[in-house]
Design a protein around this ligand. Structure first.
Ligand code: NAI
Ligand code: AKG
Length: 358
């Protein structure tokens, strides 16, 4: 099932449970605005290359629309629509005064130089600057983007509208970013996991974790789980997958990833097939990369008793049904990964106030 069909289905199920009026249900399914722009840039060798950029603004009933910008080859309108809708539900669940939005560019950031990424980000900002803003729509990092990307957006946006640090969150600290935003989504994943385990009379200590994705969210989650006494027994990223049933030395892995830009080749663990990561033996599975990765093809083989959705929509509805019959407890994305947007809110509030201490 594609991302939007899955997200719509989940929303309709929730709407029925809430007894939501059918006209309201329909209105909440239709996005406020969908933006699609052409972004053409010169590559470093002078040749021109064109990309398609999207921003979907889903709903602003509770406040300015909020959500990340993703750079990934699989970005498409359905995916961005689904992610924007999830942001509306996420900001409501976290009870912060925002609506939901999401953006993206269909590109492979790993194949672009820093200067190409800067040109692409600036062109994208030029195309959407009139439609985002401090009180309308506030972007942030997501997959394939980072504080540097936010700095370029802020700089380009400010050329049109004057210096406006609150137009993006997840910025570098020197430009008005918040201490702790970088770790916030991973830290929220730890807090959510602790709360769930507590409800089941358990704690993180000694639990065996498998994490798919070792970028911002996955690597911070691994580090904080390791510090809290959890045992991370397998990890994967786009470069490969590794496993150590006695627990991976996460600080050593972080040093390896910094140097080699991926988990592949880490000497302190055994290499395994990336395709087997989700079905590795563990107590708790944390998907922290792409959507739709847990589906009817692999749901029956999942051994974890708990799934913490650090990624957005990692579990397909068909897998949800299979896993629920198996008694697997799933902590949904709109709760489990809401730590990031919560700290984004504090960053935005501080930028609007212009109040900095120290
Ligand atoms: N950055 C944030 O604050 C938030 C991110 N999320 C979600 O968390 C997920 C991860 O986002 P970030 O960590 O920010 O992205 P990132 O770009 O920092 O890291 C993504 C990671 O996933 C890995 N990856 C990509 N394709 C893969 C594949 N096929 N198999 C295994 N690993 C793969 C990459 O190698 C990288 O390690 C996304 O679903 C995102 O929407 C959710 C809430 C907030
Ligand atoms: O911090 C933000 O505003 C956005 C975070 C995000 O994109 C997400 O929660 O999926």
């Amino acid at each position: 099932m594609n991302a939007l069909a899955a997200t719509n289905r989940n929303f309709k199920l929730a709407a029925r449970l809430l007894g939501l009026d059918s006209k309201l249900e329909k209105s909440l399914l239709i996005p406020f605005r969908e933006i699609k722009v052409e972004c053409t840039i010169p590559k470093d060798d002078g040749t021109l290359v064109s990309y398609v950029g999207f921003r979907v603004q889903h709903d602003n009933a509770r406040g300015p629309m909020k959500g990340g910008i993703r750079y990934h080859p699989e970005v498409d309108p359905d995916e961005v629509n689904a992610l924007a809708q999830l942001m509306t539900w996420k900001t409501a669940v976290a009870n912060i005064p925002y609506g939901g939005a999401k953006g993206g560019i269909g590109c492979n950031p790993g194949e672009l130089s820093i200067s190409e990424l800067e040109r692409l980000t600036r062109v994208f900002t030029q195309k959407i600057h009139d439609l985002i803003g401090i009180h309308t729509d506030v972007p942030a990092p997501d997959m394939g983007t980072n504080p540097q990307t936010m700095a370029w957006i802020l700089d380009e946006y400010s050329k049109f509208h004057g210096y406006s640090p609150a137009v993006v969150t997840g910025k570098p600290i020197d430009l008005g970013g918040s201490l702790g935003r970088d770790a916030a989504t991973g830290r929220g994943v730890l807090f959510a996991t602790e709360a769930l385990l507590n409800d089941h009379g358990k704690s993180v200590t000694g639990q065996r974790f498998v994490i798919q994705g070792f970028g911002n969210v996955g690597s911070w989650a691994a580090q904080l789980i390791h510090e809290a006494g959890g045992k991370v027994v397998a990890v994967s990223d786009i470069s490969g997958a590794i496993k150590d049933k006695n627990g991976i030395d996460i600080p050593a892995l972080l040093r390896h990833v910094k140097e080699h830009r991926g988990v592949k080749g880490f000497g302190g663990a055994n290499a395994i097939e990336s395709s087997s990561i989700l079905t590795e033996d563990c107590d708790i599975l944390i998907p922290a990369a792409l959507g739709g990765v847990i589906n009817r093809e692999n749901a029956n083989d999942i051994k974890a008793k708990f799934i913490i959705e650090a990624a957005n929509h990692p579990t397909d509805p068909e897998a949800d049904e299979i896993l629920s019959k198996k008694g697997v407890v799933i902590l949904p994305d709109i709760f489990a990964n809401s730590g990031g947007v919560t700290v984004s809110y504090f960053e935005w509030v501080q930028n609007i106030q212009g109040l900095y201490v120290g």
